[in-house]
Design a protein around this ligand. Structure first.
Ligand code: 5GP
Ligand code: ZN
Length: 107
């Protein structure tokens, strides 16, 4: 766990969150400030800064399995959804723990 990383603490259950889904390597929870009716964050349980970091294949597979599960659980797998992962300062990444926004629903 990275020191003082809020998403490490959320994934470890040390800071409360509204859990949507988890598997062995990934954890999904509701964004604190939803921008869309569906706005869930998917994070690896291990700390990576963003998608510019090199992730092992099993971590990537678990992350995208969780994205698919979230879309199905939130009921947007058929209607459609968007994923966004901000990486670095120019993308205005505000939490330096890799996260994928899953956005969907009628805006
Ligand atoms: P970024 O701008 O880094 O891509 O997105 C960070 C996201 O994390 C934002 O949408 C923000 O609302 C969300 N967020 C920041 N801190 C917390 C928190 O403590 N709990 C939850 N559930 N979401 C958070
Ligand atoms: Zn972290």
């Amino acid at each position: 766990m990275a020191d003082d990383c809020i998403f490490c603490k959320i994934a470890a259950g040390e800071v409360p969150s509204t859990k949507v889904y988890e598997n062995e390597m990934a954890y999904a929870f509701e964004d604190l400030n939803p921008m869309m009716p569906v706005h869930t964050l998917v994070v690896p349980k291990k700390h990576y800064r963003n998608v510019a970091d090199e992730l092992p294949a099993d971590e990537l597979a678990a992350l995208f399995e969780a994205v698919r599960a979230v879309a199905a659980l939130k009921g947007v797998d058929e209607s459609g959804f968007r994923i966004i992962s901000n990486a670095g300062a120019d993308a205005q990444q505000t939490v330096d723990h890799l996260h994928i926004h899953v956005l969907g629903g009628d805006p």
